[in-house]
Design a protein around this ligand. Structure first.
Ligand code: 5GP
Length: 194
């Protein structure tokens, strides 16, 4: 997605440990117009797949997911990282090692919100080692619903999450894929460009 690549080049910065900082449009300040275009692009890529719900994880997966849900006219559910007092229903849970926080987090979704009849699209902001996405896949499996695919805003293709998920037969669509962040230089994968 050309416009997203341009935004990453103009506003993203590379931090130590291969972390891309995009808090000027996705992770802290949010660019609603760009999020809407991202939503439209996810809707285009998963068109005709009969998706009934989008599942994401708080907090940075929510903005692109809501836009995709708006365009696709389906509800969006986000897995919570901290249990709230209002979560009194039975929960579907998974353990996820957080790449940026360097700790294991238990994520949870109320059992009532997903059903075996659902055809679910997972969306997240980044795909690195695949921990967050795999946690969401485990929640979909526990719900009995069908996983249609995974939509990722930024895939760090030099880490192995994408390969692992695709080797399990899961359809993973990334809007941009990054080959390298070495020497603080952002280099995109040519074959995954749109
Ligand atoms: P994974 O679980 O695939 O290893 O990492 C994905 C999660 O870690 C994403 O939900 C995202 O929040 C965070 N993450 C991984 N790599 C980066 C990065 O380079 N930049 C930012 N901002 N977040 C990242």
């Amino acid at each position: 997605m050309k416009i997203l690549e341009e935004k990453i080049l103009s506003e993203g910065t590379v931090l130590p440990n291969n972390v891309l900082k995009v808090d000027r449009f996705l992770n802290h300040k949010i660019d609603p117009q760009l999020m809407f275009q991202i939503g439209e692009e996810f809707a285009r890529r998963f068109e005709g797949k009969g998706i009934t719900k989008i599942l994401t994880i708080e907090s940075s997966g929510i903005a692109p997911s809501v836009m995709a849900g708006f365009v696709m006219q389906v509800p969006v559910i986000f897995a919570r990282k901290k249990r709230s007092l209002t979560m009194v229903d039975e929960l579907l849970t998974a353990s996820v090692f957080s790449y940026t926080k360097r700790e294991v987090q238990e994520i949870s979704v109320s059992k009532k919100l997903l059903s075996p009849e659902d055809r679910i699209l997972i969306i997240d902001d980044f795909l690195a080692n695949g921990e967050a996405a795999q946690g969401l896949v485990n929640i979909v499996k526990a719900s009995g619903g069908e996983l249609v695919g995974i939509g990722i805003v930024i895939e760090k293709a030099f880490q192995n999450g994408g390969d692992q998920l695709r080797s399990k037969g899961i359809c993973v669509e990334s809007l941009v894929a990054i080959d390298s962040l070495a020497n603080k230089t952002i280099s995109f994968s040519k074959n995954k460009e749109v």
